[in-house]
Design a protein. Structure first.
Length: 642
């Protein structure tokens, strides 16, 4: 029998290593074991397998051996382009549904049917004004109604383009997209058209398919990411800097532990509220109280706005259960491994699904609706309390390590922090530091962890290399968690930074009553990649250049989800280079690869020529960081900077 990999090779997080060992000792399989057992298909991983109709599946060998087209005659480029498009459609649909859920929750709230309050009134006003809504003399509820009307229009309007695109796009990018005929009409239509276009016997021109993919990326960016963030800020308030704790050690042996996992903060927020309200009930069953911990992007939402601790990120989502001290894991949608239930069955943990379109067989289902949000959250917390008696103390083993991190760096918070250095011209200190080279540029670390890669290592290595070279890092999603676990979201992390950037971040931190700013600023969940776009847009407008001209880039070293490809497409279309450290499953087609990566430069069009951004596929994080730095230096030079 094949030896299982050493736990040290699976995750950089020693707490996770400890839990994988515990699981193995107890005969429980985790995602890391499953990844080891599962051979990756050489065809699928290059995107050359087509399953779009019942004549197939057809697969084409990129080496030129065997058939060079499917039964219908589709060639390798068409097949790869369609598969990539399909990934981006899936990612986009996820984000657009997220935005639409929040819009509906706001509608229900102001109609008096849902138990939420509007916490972000300033944001509401600024979004309303941006959408061209008259705000003078209007009540909050009226404004919410008008703003959500505009949001929901983006799922049904039959002419023009997305309201949120007009609200948030930078002018130069808008012009490019308009000239190329890429502006999307409404989110649902584009998703439907994308599916119709990508079906057997429809669009077979790989370049045209890639253009369709770019339009889909714009839907993802504006009707997904931006709309979700803006509406969530209206509902729950704009995040401010907070200090919180990271790693599995945040699970508390003396308390009832509930982990919240998924993406949409509507339920997660209510679970936190009810955990506070039901503390006395927890004490009645002999616990010290109720401890909420986060996993994945629900963790980010609660961390950014409520300072809730983060247990772990994607690849190790089973580990909180393996501690033996988790009474309930509550999930909503996206990135939830079905395997959680198999693991939960080995312990007393109750896995609770909450959405009618996202169930797991064997799990408990407590249906969540915004109207009955309180009832559902109360029922979930009571289930955890009642489950405490089933905890088996012989199975409890919680890793001890905990790290401290700062989060909550919304664009508004960053501008406010800079305003404490220069109240009249907040962006100036940052722009000056970039102009004089103290800060070379900025890179956004986004995306996931992936059980096939040593967890956290690639995210951390990339950031270490960047900050050493005075590149400022902003982070979102599960990659931000990687940084939090290893001290890079804390001012202490500045010891790894180049001297020049360390001085700048220390000065800005001091002006804000902190010892320093961390070398990596946590900007939120994956939909909050919109915040990164907002910051880039603000800088581009300030300098009167395009986003494509800024010395900035993005990177997802350990991604796993199609959502990341959708986000990446949006950023490439906006003129930002995006590094991916995981095979994006397009390498089977030279044409598609070259258009996206601009690697040969002899194709009639590349995304770099059209938009000023490209994909950089590189598995080695240090080499990837160097490539990003090279591009940053190139963009600096073009701006006339040293
Ligand atoms: Ni983003 Fe967030 Fe995490 Fe990846 Fe999944 S939780 S939406 S997809 S794994 S970062
Ligand atoms: Fe094969 Fe063409 Fe059908 Fe794809 S669409 S499975 S390539 S016949």
């Amino acid at each position: 029998m094949k030896e299982r990999p050493d736990v040290n090779d699976l995750s950089m997080d020693t707490g996770v290593q400890q839990m994988i060992t515990k699981a193995r000792d107890e005969g429980i399989e985790t995602a890391f074991d499953r990844a080891d057992k599962m051979k990756q298909c050489g065809f699928g991983s290059q995107g050359v397998c087509c399953r779009l109709c019942l004549e197939g599946p057809c697969r084409i060998s990129p080496t030129g051996n065997g058939p060079q087209s499917g039964v219908c005659g589709a060639n390798i480029d068409t097949i790869v382009a369609r598969n990539f498009f399909n990934n981006v459609i899936q990612g986009t649909a996820s984000h657009a549904e997220h935005a639409r859920e929040i819009a509906h929750a706001l509608v229900e709230t102001v109609a008096g049917h849902a138990p939420y309050t509007i916490a972000g009134v300033d944001k509401l006003k600024s979004i309303a004004q941006g959408l061209g809504i008259e705000t003078e003399g209007k009540e909050v509820n009226q404004l919410v109604k008008e703003v959500t009307d505009k949001a929901l229009e983006d799922f049904q309007k039959q002419e023009g383009t997305l309201n949120w695109l007009k609200l948030k796009a930078d002018q130069k990018s808008y012009q490019t997209w308009e000239n190329l005929g890429l502006l999307p009409e409404n989110a649902h239509a584009e998703i439907a058209k994308g599916m119709a276009r990508n079906v057997m016997g429809a669009d077979a021109d790989p370049a045209n398919l890639l253009m369709g993919t770019v339009s889909m990326g714009l839907v993802d960016g504006f009707a997904g990411l931006h709309m979700s963030t803006d509406l969530q800020d209206i509902m729950f308030g704009v995040p401010k800097a907070v200090k919180a704790q990271y790693r599995l050690g945040v699970i508390n042996k003396e308390k009832i532990n509930i982990s919240v996992h998924g993406h949409i903060p509507l339920l997660a927020d209510k679970v936190v509220e009810w955990a506070r309200k039901l503390e006395d009930e927890a004490k009645k069953v002999g616990a010290d109280g109720i401890n909420i911990v986060g996993v994945c992007c629900s963790a980010n939402e609660l961390l950014m706005r409520k300072g809730v601790s983060v247990a772990t990120n994607y690849a190790s989502q089973e580990m909180p259960i393996i501690t033996g001290a988790l009474e309930a894991m509550v999930v909503d949608i996206q990135c939830i491994m079905p395997g959680l239930q198999q693991v939960a069955e080995c312990y007393h943990t109750e896995l609770i699904t909450t959405l009618p379109y996202s169930k797991i067989s064997g799990a408990t289902h407590v249906e969540f609706t915004t109207e009955k949000a309180d009832e559902a959250a109360k029922e979930i917390v009571m289930k955890a309390i009642n489950n405490y008696k089933n905890r088996d103390s012989n199975k409890v083993n919680i890793p001890e390590e905990v790290t401290e991190a700062y989060a909550g760096f919304s664009t508004e918070q960053i501008v406010e922090a800079l305003a404490n250095v220069n109240p009249d011209d907040p962006l100036k200190p940052l722009v000056d530091a970039i102009a004089n080279g103290d800060i070379l540029g900025a890179v956004a670390i986004v995306g996931c962890t992936n059980p096939r890669k040593r967890q956290d290592q690639y995210n951390v290595d990339l950031v270490m290399e960047l900050i050493k070279n005075n590149v400022l890092v902003v982070a979102t999603g599960c990659s931000a968690h990687s940084l939090g676990k290893f001290g890079l979201l804390s001012p202490d992390g500045l010891k790894y930074s180049g001297k020049e950037m360390r001085e700048v971040l220390t000065a800005v931190g001091k002006a804000n009553g902190l010892p320093a700013l961390p070398p990596a600023l946590h900007m939120g969940s994956c939909v909050d990649n919109s915040r990164i776009a907002d910051l880039l847009t603000a800088l581009a407008n300030y300098l009167d250049v395009g986003i494509k001209d800024l010395p900035a880039a993005g990177s997802c070293p350990e991604t796993h989800h199609p959502k990341a490809l959708a986000i990446g497409t949006y950023f490439v279309a906006s003129g930002v280079d995006v590094h991916v450290g995981v095979n994006p499953q397009v390498t089977g087609s030279e044409l598609v690869t070259n258009v996206l990566t601009a690697s040969k430069g002899d194709f009639p069009i590349t995304t770099d020529e059209l938009f000023g951004g490209k994909i950089i596929y590189e598995e080695d994080s240090v080499i990837a960081a160097q490539k990003l730095i090279e591009r940053i230096k190139m963009k600096r030079k073009a701006l006339g900077l040293k």
